[in-house]
Design a protein around this ligand. Structure first.
Ligand SMILES: *Cc1c(COP(=O)(O)O)cnc(C)c1O
Length: 390
């Protein structure tokens, strides 16, 4: 029977969200509950249920306010992230958008890292800007933030590590800088989902995760989460309810299933990635690998201090003379790497980019390493790197 006090994270991931199993003759997994209408027992029960819900408690009152299945997933993510509460959204991007919509007002200013997930940048430049909210993008590390803060800066927003270039920032130092102000610190924690990184424990106010990636783990569902601390959780939750945000219980069920194998998948995908990285680092076509878990990486010291592991995602930089058509030939020659957006599934992927904000170096390819045998992946990469030059 699941206990309330799991002894370590591996155990915790097996037990999370399974409070229902304290009742004898229960299924192992929280039941999949689909609902729009919820039937009340009596008028008094209806009033009591609504009163609890209006206080922000997760009670089963109407489908759009969640069902026992989505509550189980929210509780599991809150336990992993270490916040005061979690809300679910139909995509990772919708989760990011909710944070902006709920927190920001006309006249506010946002400081956003250059290396944020590209669609988050687009929200700032193409949506917030038209609604009286200005955004400045800062390069590099947390030292860049202090000099750019304005009296109206309401939010500092970053991915840690950054998208595609995987630069690491010191969230504890940022939290310290902002500690007595109204400026909220928001971290996209999709890379570190699954207990690898806990920004709220380091002082961030809000942690956003694209569940679509490692938590779902099988490239077949879209979902996002917002986990918030005591200071921000109630307002974000009230606004999510006002705006009618919810997710499908079927998808929540699958995401919860993903959590069961998240730790071993991450550990194996990190181990496979490290084998592939060792091959690439010794390959004459490769200039550099961008992965904070490497001692040669500029983010390594912070990664060691603040992160509890890595994953299967990294980029590598080609030598200077590789042309666009050679890059295209490399990608098209790969047989075991799918060419597609997203990552975090069980399968290997490759992606290339026309332009990467915050990066002025040589051509980059991003790899996501899956559960395949790394020897096969290395042979595939080796053949494609050879073919590229023929
Ligand atoms: C994929 C991704 C998102 C968005 O998730 P979707 O579910 O695809 O909308 C947000 N942040 C990061 C870092 C991502 O990689």
């Amino acid at each position: 029977m699941p206990s309330d006090k799991p002894t370590n994270e591996k155990t915790q991931f097996v037990q999370l969200g399974r409070g229902h199993a304290k009742i004898p003759r229960s299924p192992v997994n929280p039941p999949l509950v689909r609902a729009s209408t919820v039937l009340y027992g009596t008028v008094a029960d209806m009033h009591e249920t609504r009163a609890l819900s209006n206080k922000g408690e997760n009670v089963f009152r109407y489908g759009s306010h969640g069902t026992p299945t989505t509550f189980a997933l929210e509780d599991a993510i809150t336990a992993i992230e270490g916040g005061a509460g979690t809300m679910l959204f139909p995509t990772g991007l919708a989760a990011i958008a909710h944070v902006f919509l709920s927190v920001l007002r006309p006249g506010d200013h946002v400081l956003m890292a250059d290396s944020v997930y590209r669609p988050a940048r687009n929200l700032a430049t193409d949506y917030l800007s038209e609604r009286g909210i200005t955004t400045d993008f800062y390069p590099g590390g947390h030292e860049e933030v202090a000099s750019r803060l304005k009296p109206e800066t309401r939010m500092v927003y970053l991915d840690n590590p950054g998208s595609i270039i995987y630069d690491i920032q010191d969230v504890a130092a940022l939290a310290d800088l902002l500690k007595d102000s109204d400026t909220l610190l928001v971290v996209d924690n999709t890379w570190g989902a699954g207990g690898i990184y806990k920004p709220i424990k380091l002082g961030a106010d809000i942690s956003v995760v694209a569940i679509t990636k490692y938590i779902a783990g099988h490239s077949d569902i879209m979902m996002g989460s917002v986990t918030a601390n005591e200071r921000t959780q109630a307002a974000l939750k009230k606004d999510a309810s006002l705006l009618g945000q919810t997710v499908s219980p079927d998808d929540a069920y699958q995401a919860l299933r993903g959590i069961r194998t998240l730790k071993p998948r991450l550990a194996m995908q990190e181990a496979h990635a490290r084998e592939v990285i060792a091959f690439l680092q010794s390959h004459p076509e490769v200039d550099q690998v961008l992965y904070p878990g490497l001692p040669s990486d500029p983010g390594y010291a912070l990664w060691q201090r603040d992160f509890n592991g890595a994953n299967g995602l990294f980029s590598f930089v080609f030598k200077a003379d590789v042309t666009q058509s050679q890059l295209d030939c490399f990608v098209d020659s790969l047989e075991l790497f799918g060419l597609g957006a997203s990552w975090g599934g069980y399968e290997s992927l490759v992606m290339v980019y026309a332009k990467i904000p915050g990066w002025s170096g040589n051509q980059i390819a991003r790899l996501h390493i899956g559960l395949e045998d790394p020897a096969d992946l290395i042979a595939d990469l080796d053949a494609a790197l050879t073919k590229m030059r023929q």
